[in-house]
Design a protein. Structure first.
Length: 163
């Protein structure tokens, strides 16, 4: 079962353009933002944002973030395992991190993104490159009308994955 979940999780990563990035501000207030991302390995997720927007300021304050990737067109009751939950550490990139980010971001041209110029993502430019490095992957544990096979639980719950 885990191998099938891993394959489906990777399909969610590869099949989406946007992730929902959840951050926390200095006052403890939560904030969620959809961001266009690119990843090569499914571990490092790159995006471009202004350092002035709320999620960027929050990452500067607290690098621990949560990310959700999901198929928002899935029929009700079929979210598992089409939703992938990630725990990660995010950071604004500078110096040596920018060339790697620009090598990966925005991904394949068929995704629709445009590669930024290196000078556009460094001060005094108005954009920065960010990376979230995943520390944990999880999905809703599949249940076919009864308890899940892995845990024996008859309610919605997550199971962790190694990708």
């Amino acid at each position: 079962m885990k191998e099938e979940l891993r394959a489906r999780a990777r399909a969610v990563i590869d099949g989406n353009l946007y992730m929902v990035l959840a951050t926390v501000g200095p006052d403890g207030a939560p904030w969620a933002s959809p961001v266009f991302y690119a990843t090569e390995d499914g571990r490092d997720f790159y995006w471009m944002s202004s350092p002035e927007v709320t999620h960027s300021r929050n990452v500067a304050h607290e690098p621990r973030v949560s990310i959700v990737l999901h198929d928002s067109t899935a029929k009700v009751g079929t979210a598992a395992p089409l939703a992938l939950y990630l725990s990660a550490r995010a950071e604004e990139l500078d110096g040596d991190g920018i060339p790697e980010a620009l090598r990966v971001y925005p991904g394949d041209p068929s995704r629709g993104g445009r590669p930024p110029a290196p000078e556009a993502v460094r001060a005094p430019g108005k954009w920065r490159m960010y990376r979230a490095r995943v520390t944990e992957y999880s999905v809703i544990c599949p249940r076919d009308g009864g308890p899940c096979a892995e845990h024996g639980l008859d309610h919605e719950h997550r199971t962790t994955l190694e990708l």
